[in-house]
Design a protein around this ligand. Structure first.
Ligand code: B16
Ligand code: MG
Length: 219
């Protein structure tokens, strides 16, 4: 039986990608690296430090900075990102998400947040949806980030159910890979070619419903 839904945050519950992009673009500019929107796609679902490493490698500066310097860059990017997201409100919840959370609550299915973002609790507060969730996996508590299965296995454990009793909802290819590696049914939001590994791909979140999730899980 389907017992829990594991939600990615950025790109599924809300669209923070534009704010991550602006913050990385400005940091990149300071370092002499052009981060454009196409490159930003490769940072979706990727942790903060791993995103910085990818940007530095992209700019040919992979070995230039010490760990302490890289940590300072991450802090700077995050401070800017936090400033940018303060304008978020419940109006920024993506279509279909709130009705789905209501449905899950009505039938008693668990809802867990499995986001790579350390800012997930604060963002859920801004969106005023924190109470709909039974738990938030702390990405700092798992050994390896997406595409490793760790965060989704931790999500199932937090829900107190088996991976096979869950569905994971993701917008990033790395996230879909992580869900499948955890032995969980994957529902993806976005481009069917990019997300081909998923069990079901929906063009956007407005198509999400408990009926659609159950159908994907049963097949
Ligand atoms: P933070 P998700 C991911 O969230 C974002 O897609 C990715 O762009 C970001 O770098 C990562 O969170 C870390 O975020 O800097 O806030 O800890 O898609 O896994 O919900
Ligand atoms: Mg995402």
């Amino acid at each position: 039986m389907l017992k829990a839904v594991l939600f990615d945050l950025d790109g599924v519950i809300t669209d923070t990608a534009k704010f991550h992009f602006l913050a990385w673009r400005d940091l990149g500019a300071e370092l002499g690296i052009t981060v454009d929107e196409a490159f930003n796609e490769e940072l979706k679902g990727v942790s903060r430090m791993d995103s910085l490493e990818r940007i530095l490698a992209f700019g040919g500066l992979a070995d230039k900075y010490s760990t302490a310097e890289k940590e300072a860059f991450c802090t700077k990017k995050n401070d800017h990102y936090l400033e940018l997201i303060q304008e978020m409100t419940p109006a920024d919840i993506l279509p279909g998400i709130l009705p789905l959370l209501e449905e899950l609550r009505e039938v008693g299915l668990k809802a867990i947040v499995t986001s790579a973002s350390k800012n997930a609790p604060g963002i859920l507060e801004l969106l005023q949806v924190k109470d709909y969730f039974d738990g938030i996996v702390d990405p700092a508590s798992v050994a390896a980030g997406k595409p490793a299965p760790d965060i989704f296995l931790a999500g199932a454990a937090l829900a107190g159910v088996q991976p096979a009793e869950c569905i994971g909802v993701e917008d990033a290819a790395s996230g879909v890979e992580a869900i499948k590696a955890a032995g969980i049914t994957a529902v993806a939001i976005g481009d069917a070619e990019v997300l081909a590994q998923a069990d079901r791909v929906l063009a956007d979140t407005s198509a999400l419903s408990l009926a659609v999730l159950r159908d994907a899980w049963e097949k």
